[in-house]
Design a protein around this ligand. Sequence first.
Ligand code: ATP
Ligand code: F6P
Length: 439
Amino acid sequence: MPVYSVSNVEDLRICVVMVGLPARGKSLIATKIVRYLSWLSIKAKCFNVGTYRRLQTIHPSASFFEPDNTEGEKLRREAAVLATKDMIRWFEEENGVVGILDATNSTVERRNWILQICREEGLEPMFVESWCDDDEIIMHNIIEVKTRSPDYEGQDPEQSVRDFRERIRNYEKVYQTLDDESLTYCKIINVGAQVIINRIQTYMESRIVYFLTNLHIRPRAIWLSRHGESMFNLSGQIGGDSDLSPRGRMYAEQLPELVRQSVGDAPLTVWTSTLKRTQQTASKLPYPKLAWKALDELDSGVCDGMTYEEIEEQYPEDFKARDDNKYEYRYPGGESYRDLVIRLEPIIMQLERQENILIVTHQAVLRCIYAYFMNVSQDQSPWMEVPLHTLIKLTPRAYGTEVTRIKANIPAVSTFRQKGSSAKHDATPQTTAELHLSL
Ligand code: ATP
Ligand code: F6P
């Protein structure tokens, strides 16, 4: 029996069909939709037709994409068929909810073929077009992304740029923008300068559209830090609203310089939670600040203020249940990691809109935000080790997020708890989860 996530309240299966000329950011948009929905526990996957085409044609020149190249057209169609078949199999065998067909899908004929498949398979088609005539953006995309594509591996970069521009011209000869008012679509023009939506009806579709309208590609970074060591960290108590320890205050003193070295003179806004320990940590930072209730630490309900040892003694079944499934476990009267992700969704949406932001927050919250950017699974994210007194810089790139860790030279206890342990301060583990932070 299909197990749909709570978020798929409508019991729908949506096929998102990307549309656009080459180098319009379709793959980037598709991967971001998948990452966002997966983070929200909505089963999503991208099927990139280019990857299937490369199975038979590894280094095609522009002429392969000429509309009257019948052999090229045949191979491209075969790749689209393979990708579509895999997508349908995925919907059926893995109970997929949102499948994305990532290709140019640039003609009405090709889109009608996909519509026909959607009708046969009971999928809701939703078209997402990226339309862009800003030559500077297109040139930047070609140089930054396309010349590094496997299509041009080992080739002269200047020749690759010329060839890719020629490829685009070939697509332009037959390209038809979306204008059929009977279709469900979202057309993003010049990276969101204008967005046209048509027949968006379901909750899931409107959620995807809302996400898309918040995306931008201006260069920026996001810095994450936990608060400095707190008095509760020293005593091994969870939750609460304690002050910083003396070493935590030292971190607050050192943080402005650590941040300045990484941010330079660029503008920055600092977000904290409403709890004292994050506000005290950010107090010396010379930037505008905003305190968000949504950034408060995971609510540990009846266990708030207890040590892990006390929880194990007083609530042994809960202690075990949490180890068995840390993501789903909800403290009595409190929250689970899943609850926290839902609470953090507006933060993620705002983060997508913003430029440079430093977030000073808490262990569980930081894990969830980090999991969004780094695509960390729900099995792993609650177990990631996020040390105190460490600044993490996330730089979004075309195909992923680059991570840099900057450690302050101020010791702090480890608040990481290994599965099964109730030790006050576990030794720093060497888990795979920790490796995510070192990428
Ligand atoms: P192709 O059809 O060749 O696969 P594509 O349209 O999938 O190309 P991407 O590979 O996703 O293009 O291109 C990534 C680049 O597009 C990045 O440099 C990114 O900054 C940029 N980009 C992201 N969103 C947009 C957008 N809405 N319009 C134009 N460029 C964008
Ligand atoms: O120990 C610090 C702390 O921020 C607690 O307040 C919070 O309950 C805990 O970390 C979250 O980490 P975990 O989910 O691993 O218990």
